[in-house]
Ligand binder design. Sequence first.
Ligand code: DND
Length: 208
Amino acid sequence: MNKIGIFGGTFNPVHKGHEFTALEFYNKFNLDKLLIIPSNIPPHKPGDENISAQNRLEMCEICFEKYSCNYNIEVSDIETKKAGVSYTVDTLETLQKIYPDDLLYFLVGSDMFLYLEYWRRYKELLEMCVFVVAYRKNNNTDIKEVREFREKLISQGYKIGLLENNAFEISSTELRGKIKNKNFDGLTDYLSPEVLDYIKERKIYVLQ
Ligand code: DND
């Protein structure tokens, strides 16, 4: 039985916070394979007209390519190739069919975890996988809430893992703001240079 990790997101754009969290997930949970899954239309926020799902998928491919020698990480188009809103429960149902003998681990940041009761069919989703919550050691504002909610779910019989990580204090929103204003200085501290080149070449996010 293999351990298959799943890291879903809008990845608009994918940044080093995502990148390092993905690697820590892989290493700490001894994963045999990790799937990075950009959503087509995210369930919880409006779509961004300035960028296509295909662009977000390609940025993920470029970002994770450099790990292909040492890690079994695959960027998957399972959500981007399907029209409409990407609900995690649907994706996991599909993955269960692809990997019937394996154990699925779904990773999510603490912000999204605390909002889990609003996710589509979340109880069914929790039954399909080990749900792993990543929280940033250096930003423990919501740690008490995360602990309490996690304990509540565990007491109901669900498997909820925890990934303490040292991820970057950066958000995709901040990065888009900088790019929009052509403020590229220091951006490679937060974005893979290859991803930044991709964004610049296609003038994604930039005010025309
Ligand atoms: P986001 O759009 O929040 O991802 O989506 C996260 C996942 O939740 C996706 O797979 C969604 O489909 C799923 N979701 C959300 C809500 C409802 C439902 C499903 C449903 O099915 O009903 P982002 O692109 O913003 O971020 C990707 C991940 O990285 C998230 O888990 C986020 O918490 C985390 N993250 C960071 N991790 C470490 N360092 C940072 C991070 N910034 C975001 N700096």
